[in-house]
Design a protein around this ligand. Structure first.
Ligand SMILES: [Zn+2]
Ligand SMILES: [Zn+2]
Length: 326
């Protein structure tokens, strides 16, 4: 197999040849068809997340086919499956036992604390993969496995409000805007100030208003979801919320949130974060996405151009989602 490997934070990924891994009990080996590039991968590469497994193969939006199965696995060879961020839980900690496996004390995360999908092949735990249809497009589907799933969990935590602000209109933003429209909600999109192309993209994806993150929406929001990793957006979003509104931080890492007056939080506004996902989130969203006719905008890169894909994501040059094809 070949894999793009990170040896140390701030380094470049290096292409390596490795022996094909053998799946252990309960595991499968996948031949990767496509792997999305998530902002979290950037946080891993840029050393913004503590204690990654090093060396690490990043990537947690994997579409692939079962090539070999270990003992106790019922998945058929050749079946198409998706692998997401949550790669393993212990099933026994207080969080797992209270239906909050996303907070598991002993979780392992694909592409962060276990090897992921920037590769031709990878190993996954069979209990943590999602069955995927034969007739879908692997490239178009890959971004659903994190941008879609985390976006969905963020939207659930945002509550039932009708007017939803989306701060940062990239991979997750453009997917969740389509889900909101399908649910009959109204979407207000916020991009980097002056990003006219990004605002036009948001409008084309169903947002009814798009502006810079330094602008106020035309009316107060019931909820705001922050996908951009910029702490200064938290007080900005709070200022855009109506009474009782929620600001949901959907990312795993964010720059520091600046001090703000209590007045912005007052009147039962709240700020909360989304951590990881549960398998239930994944099954819900993957069933809902075809009903909502979610379409993804993607830019494909060959596997050996993973560094270029990360650079393009870092600089904001991407529209939609980057996807690696081995
Ligand atoms: Zn647990
Ligand atoms: Zn992700």
């Amino acid at each position: 197999m070949r894999a793009m490997v990170l040896h140390r934070a701030h380094g470049r990924l290096e292409m390596e040849e490795r022996p094909d891994p053998a799946p252990g009990p309960g595991q499968i080996r996948l031949r990767v068809e496509a792997c999305g590039v998530c902002r979290t991968d950037l946080h891993v590469v840029d050393g913004e997340l503590p204690n990654p497994k090093l060396p690490i193969v990043p990537g947690h939006e994997i579409v692939g086919r079962v090539e070999a199965a270990g003992d106790g696995v019922s998945l058929e060879t050749g079946a198409r499956v998706g692998v997401a961020w949550l790669g393993h839980t212990d099933g026994t900690c207080p969080y797992c036992r209270s239906d909050r496996e996303n907070l598991c004390d002993a979780a392992l995360f694909t592409g962060y604390t276990r090897d992921g999908g920037y590769a031709t092949h990878t190993i996954a735990e069979a209990d943590f993969v999602f069955p995927l249809s034969e007739d879908l497009d692997p490239v178009a589907t890959a971004p659903l496995l994190c941008a879609g799933l985390i976006g969905w969990r963020s939207l659930k935590l945002a509550g039932d409000g009708r007017t939803i602000g989306v701060y940062g209109f990239g991979a997750a933003g453009h997917i969740i805007a389509q889900v909101c429209r399908w649910q009959g909600r109204r979407v207000f999109a916020f991009t980097r100030p002056g990003d006219n192309a990004g605002q036009a993209f948001a409008l084309s994806m169903g947002a009814e208003w798009a502006g810079g993150s330094d602008e106020k929406p035309p009316e107060p929001l019931d909820a705001a979801i922050l996908f951009a990793p910029v702490g200064a957006l938290v007080p900005a979003a709070l200022a855009a919320l109506r009474k009782g509104g929620r600001a949901v931080c959907g990312g795993i890492h964010m720059s520091d949130i600046p001090a703000f007056p209590y007045e912005l939080l007052w009147e039962e506004r709240s700020v909360l974060s989304v951590a990881n996902l549960t398998r239930e989130d994944g099954h819900e969203f993957l069933a809902l996405a075809p009903q909502a006719k979610v379409r993804t905008a993607t830019t494909t890169y060959p596997l050996d151009k993973a560094n270029k894909a990360l650079d393009d994501l870092r600089s904001g040059r991407l529209e939609g989602a980057a996807v690696l094809v081995p």
